[in-house]
Write a protein that binds this ligand. Structure first.
Ligand code: F6R
Length: 243
């Protein structure tokens, strides 16, 4: 595993974005696994800036997002569909037909999960997957549990995740209780993974994921078994690691 210990959020964002820059430059047809949440915002801003300068072209790439809240319509400002549009897609030249998110409104959620796994497979698999880390060590919305769920699945969000994400909603009651998320197998099959972390509040999760036992109770700990993971964090988020 490669670890980049950056001074602050902005440096972390630039460094993580530079890995996407390299990936797209070397292979413009890359399949990118994307994440939402607060952490990637700086990365996306940087990618947009490089695109505006003419240095990054997204026209041939494919994007596949990790997850989506269940039963939240795409036009809802807190849906991940909306997030991706506002914070990345509408500012770059990725083709709408090349960017995938789980369909939160699908009537048959199980079928939607199978469809999403097929999308990933038919794309040829993810070349570069971006991950944030939940405070409880979740990746995507793979919450702590007794086993690792492999494929795309419907998940009931952990109380700690609902608590952490209430900041985006008017009240905690408005936070969806369920989501559709890529499973651990899809994530682990990505050829390269970049984990972006920032802030002291993530320090314990980072320690548990990267220097604790590999256990489904800390889903991100499975990343220790992947042979091409780059952890990019600011000093606060990496402060508990023995480096
Ligand atoms: C988002 C996702 C989540 C977040 C994690 C961290 O698509 O899959 O795993 O990456 O909850 O969120 P932030 O960055 O808001 O701390």
């Amino acid at each position: 595993m490669t670890i980049y210990r950056m001074k602050n959020y902005d440096d972390m964002s630039r460094k993580a974005a530079s890995i996407f820059y390299a990936q797209l430059t070397l292979n413009p047809r890359s399949v990118l696994g994307l994440a939402t949440g607060s952490t990637p915002l700086g990365i996306y801003r940087q990618l947009i800036e490089w695109h505006r300068k003419g240095d990054l072209d997204f026209s041939d790439c494919v994007s596949i997002n990790l997850d989506e809240y269940k039963d939240l319509p795409p036009e809802h400002p807190q849906s991940y569909f909306y997030f991706m549009r506002q914070n990345l897609f509408k500012h770059i030249n990725i083709k709408p037909e090349n960017s995938y998110l789980p369909d939160s409104m699908a009537e048959d959620a199980q079928r939607e999960c199978a469809r999403y796994d097929a999308v990933i497979e038919q794309s040829g698999g993810i070349d570069l997957q971006l991950l944030g880390l939940g405070h409880n060590g979740h990746i995507g919305f793979n919450e702590p549990g007794r086993f690792f769920e492999k494929g795309t699945h419907v998940v009931t969000l952990a109380d700690s995740t609902i608590e952490a994400n209430k900041r985006f909603f008017e009240s905690i009651d408005d936070v969806p209780r369920q989501a559709i998320t890529m499973g651990i197998r899809c994530i682990m099959q990505a050829r390269r993974i970049v984990v972006a972390v920032s802030g002291e509040a993530k320090a314990e999760a980072v320690k548990a994921c990267f220097q604790g036992p590999v256990t489904p109770e800390v889903p991100g700990s499975i990343l220790q078994l992947h042979d091409n993971v780059t952890l990019v964090g600011d000093e606060e988020a990496l402060s508990l690691l023995d480096l």
